[in-house]
Design a protein around this ligand. Structure first.
Ligand code: CO
Length: 298
């Protein structure tokens, strides 16, 4: 049995507001992604502008993943890296009272991967076209796979879109990027993010060595004073992911590790294409309606 989602006009308006703010930040940030500009400056801009425009905060740290990195890359504290001739995925999240807008675009700074970018864009459009009350996530996955393969690329099979709930950026159901058996039924009022990834590699990602994004997944008492303080500092983010560069404290890395070992904090390593393939991503958030959907991040 699937629970009937509690979607009120008030909540819907919060999803729409988050989406409108995201769209503006995304377009302003896109113009700042250029060869030679600082990645940290772009991430800072996205996160500050989100609040300036009236959102309650970022739903997760601004992701700037390049080339064979598919997701979960964000600048380090004091990062001096600049964009080169890269294929850049900008994935950003905005929340209003915990209601989330999640969207991504790919900016090709190489000039040579236009078709790869088009493949994930076309897949997202094809996926959105299938959405209405009663669609299954497997139908969405099939539309994504067909669009990407018809462009001559592979979908990344072990990355998925996802449901959204208040303060929960990755709720059920997952929305596959390929044909699967079964799948979940979507209903009017469901909030979901669809995010096709296309690659010229093997079509799979694995954990890289860098980790800059974390999330509190449960709360329990901790003994170490520095870790206890860190857990207190993390309270404003609730169950939303945060970046290491958002935090301070002389024992920060040690405290983070302690919280992770205690099962309180979950870490999100950078995800890399296993064959070193180039990766594109396009994502929108939408609310399912009786005969279609509202794309909140248009
Ligand atoms: Co997402």
């Amino acid at each position: 049995m699937k629970e009937v989602p509690l979607m009120t006009d008030e909540i819907l308006e919060k999803y729409f507001k988050a989406g409108r703010i995201l769209s503006q930040v995304r377009s302003e940030a896109k113009d700042r992604i250029k060869v030679g500009t600082s990645m940290l400056e772009v991430a800072d801009f996205v996160e500050k502008r989100t609040v300036e425009l009236g959102a309650d905060g970022s739903a997760f740290p601004c992701n700037l993943s390049r080339n064979d990195e598919a997701a979960h890359a964000t600048p380090l504290p004091g990062d001096e890296t600049v964009f080169g001739a890269d294929v850049v995925k900008l994935d950003l999240g905005v929340h209003v009272d915990g209601y989330i807008a999640d969207s991504a675009i790919t900016v090709d700074l190489t000039g040579g991967y236009g078709d790869l970018v088009k493949a994930s864009e076309a897949a997202l459009h094809a996926a959105i076209d299938t959405v209405k009350n009663g669609v299954t996530t497997s139908e969405i996955g099939a539309a994504i796979e067909d669009a990407i393969t018809s462009h001559g690329f592979k979908p990344i099979g072990n990355l998925t879109g996802h449901g959204l709930a208040q303060y929960i950026p990755h709720a059920s159901p997952s929305v596959p990027n390929r044909r699967i058996g079964g799948g979940s039924l979507l209903h009017t009022g469901d909030a979901i993010a669809i995010e096709p990834f296309a690659t010229d590699g093997a079509g799979k990602v694995t954990d890289g060595s860098l980790t800059e994004i974390f999330q509190v997944i449960r709360s329990k008492p901790v003994r170490l004073p520095a870790a206890r303080q860190l857990l207190k500092d993390l309270e404003p983010y609730r169950t939303l992911p945060f970046a290491r560069r958002w935090l301070q404290g002389d024992k920060l890395d040690y405290s983070l590790l302690q919280l992770e070992k205690a099962g309180i904090v979950h870490s999100f390593p950078v995800l890399k294409e296993v064959a070193g393939g180039m990766v594109s991503q396009t994502e929108h958030t939408l609310i399912v309606t009786d005969d279609g959907c509202h794309v909140t991040t248009k």
